[in-house]
Design a protein around this ligand. Structure first.
Ligand SMILES: [Fe+2]
Ligand SMILES: [Fe+2]
Length: 296
């Protein structure tokens, strides 16, 4: 037990030190007035949900770029929704714990990071002139359930699913010089700060799983798989397709039948699914849910 507590504090001490050294203030570090150059994609075309389908081929070059903007806005919108949920789960996690511990202080630091991220994503969506896309009612209901009931395993596992998937997409975007500078800068800031969150969640999740009972793990496996399903299915809001004149329901069906899009999701989630397999979190009745989420 002493070892777990010591390890937990060692992780926190390291992450608090890194956080003090490299944190961004998007208010100051991003030029929100800079114009968005015309004819420039907001995300790499091959990562877009319709890429490679007849529906994609039928779009004009301008429509393709417009769709890339709305897919990024949709992902940022779900990012905000998820960060707000994560903040709620982290607040539950630290309630009643010793505030003098590095673990609690790092959790508070992460909540501070997520506050700034959500504002940054909101400003980016606003700068695009895009709507703030809301997840479907079923996902919002699951979010409320998770926010009210999540224990350690659900909190850190759900955090990892959303953070790792977004991280994979943003690492690619920040390095791609052909993309909109605003998207690249927002991605860079998020990637730098999320690396700490991912480390925090990975270490804590392993400790939580090791210290859990079998029955509890069985329940958590299902909840986490369902949360992963929500992350991938809420990523591209069907209304994003309406921005380029496509029928939302029909285009969404095309996207989910698009093997390229499913491959992108599986690629973006490969680090987290690999880790969860190591921890024994993708087993039994949870497996088909992960498959339906297009993550395995
Ligand atoms: Fe974030
Ligand atoms: Fe995060």
């Amino acid at each position: 037990m002493q070892d777990t507590a010591t390890a937990r504090e060692a992780t926190a001490a390291r992450l608090l030190k890194i956080s003090a050294g490299s944190s961004y203030d998007p208010e100051i570090d991003i030029d929100w007035q800079a114009p968005q150059p015309e004819g420039v994609y907001y995300a790499p075309a091959p990562r877009l949900s319709l890429y490679g389908t007849p529906a994609w081929d039928a779009l004009t070059p301008a429509q393709r770029i417009e769709l890339s903007k709305h897919e990024v806005a949709s992902i940022a919108s779900i990012g905000i929704w998820f960060e707000v949920l994560l903040m709620r789960m982290l607040l539950r996690h630290i309630t009643g714990k010793d505030p003098r511990s590095g673990h609690v202080q790092y959790a508070l630091t992460e909540i501070g990071d997520e506050c700034r991220h959500s504002i940054m994503f909101a400003r980016m969506i606003d700068a695009f002139g895009a709507p703030a896309y809301q997840p479907a009612a079923v996902h919002r209901a699951l979010g409320r359930y998770l926010g009210a009931t999540a224990g350690g395993i659900q909190t850190f596992a759900a955090a990892l699913v959303a953070e790792e998937i977004l991280d994979a997409l943003q690492r690619e975007a920040m390095a791609d010089e052909s993309l909109q500078p605003l998207v690249r800068m927002v991605s860079r800031i998020h990637v730098v700060e999320e690396a700490r969150h991912i480390k925090f969640a990975r270490d804590e999740l392993a400790r939580q799983v090791a210290g859990s009972y079998r029955l509890r793990r069985g329940y958590c496996r299902i909840v986490v798989a369902r949360a992963a399903y929500t992350v991938t299915h809420a990523l591209i809001n069907p209304q994003a397709y309406a921005a380029v004149g496509l029928d939302p329901a029909r285009a969404s069906k095309v996207a989910w039948a698009n093997p390229r899009f499913r491959a992108t999701l599986q690629w973006a989630g490969s680090r987290v699914t690999g880790y969860f397999q190591e921890l024994g979190l993708i087993e039994g009745p949870a497996k088909p849910v992960w498959r339906a989420a297009a993550l395995i």
